[in-house]
Write a protein that binds this ligand. Structure first.
Ligand SMILES: Nc1ncnc2c1ncn2[C@@H]1O[C@H](COP(=O)(O)OP(=O)(O)OP(=O)(O)O)[C@@H](O)[C@H]1O
Ligand SMILES: [Mg+2]
Length: 237
């Protein structure tokens, strides 16, 4: 009797283990597949949005940039800012460079991102106006030529006009995939610095809620050619 019970127990243990391994195996497969699918979705979103943006006519881009700027000018954070980072638009990105016009350069100082000379994957910010000479970096993006001592660390900026490929209403940002902005502004998470990231985009770059990675730094607001998105949960920072 004991032996049969013992035998039954062994069989139960065997089948339970088998079942658990089988189920866990499926679960693990589903989980790893969902991670892959998410990354594939991000890559597909990047590809299709960048293709769409490259086809925009110069007239459309110019008009959108004009509307975009009108929205930004209403933002209290813009009005209060002194040190503002812009970016050099690539492949149809929303163009923020009209902000360099004389009307603002009296009250604000503008900067463009440059690759950090030794901290790989990080950015520094160099003062820029329309007369500053530039040189192409290794990605073919113009960077202002300026002595190293003039470069500003990211925490000295008030406002960072941030390029993006896609965004959602919560302020999650999908960039080009290099992690440059996430690394450079990671300090925002753990400090009381006042630096605010303001996404710049066309309305069509808005997508359904994106999955947030642990390293993603959320945007404070997003400005498009049609609307201002205040990303509420990120406003407390
Ligand atoms: N703070 C960080 N420390 C280390 N690695 C990071 C950090 N932030 C991002 N990364 C790395 O950068 C890679 C790209 O990140 P992600 O896909 O979020 O890029 P992105 O935000 O679209 O890019 P970008 O900011 O350059 O436009 C990730 O695989 C991640 O490992
Ligand atoms: Mg990111």
């Amino acid at each position: 009797m004991n032996c049969r019970v013992h035998g039954l127990d062994l069989a139960t243990v065997f089948w339970s283990t088998f079942l658990l391994t089988f189920l866990y195996g499926i679960d693990a497969k589903i989980m790893s597949r969902s991670v892959t699918t998410d990354e594939l979705t991000r890559q597909a979103l990047r590809r299709t949005t960048r293709q769409w943006r490259c086809k925009l006519t110069p007239q459309y881009q110019q008009q959108a940039a004009h509307h975009w700027m009108q929205h930004l000018l209403q933002l209290p954070e813009w009005i209060a800012s002194h040190h503002v980072a812009l970016y050099w638009p690539q492949q149809g990105e929303m163009n923020p460079l009209d902000l360099l016009s004389a009307a603002f350069s009296k009250t604000k100082r503008f900067y463009l991102p440059v690759l950090h000379p030794w901290k790989v994957g990080h950015l520094l910010f160099t003062p820029y106006d329309i007369n500053t000479p530039t040189v192409l970096n290794r990605f073919g993006i113009p960077e202002p030529i300026s002595p190293l001592r003039n470069r500003l660390p990211p925490w000295c900026l008030d406002l960072v006009i941030t390029p993006l490929v896609c965004f959602d209403e919560q302020g999650t940002r999908l960039g080009m995939g290099g992690g440059y902005y996430d690394r450079t502004f990671a300090f925002i998470r753990r400090s009381l610095h006042k630096t605010k990231l303001i996404g710049a985009a066309y309305e069509a770059q808005k997508v359904a809620p994106l999955i947030t990675n642990t390293w993603d730094i959320p945007l404070h607001s997003v400005i498009t050619d049609q609307k201002i998105y205040r990303c509420r949960q990120n406003q407390k920072r």
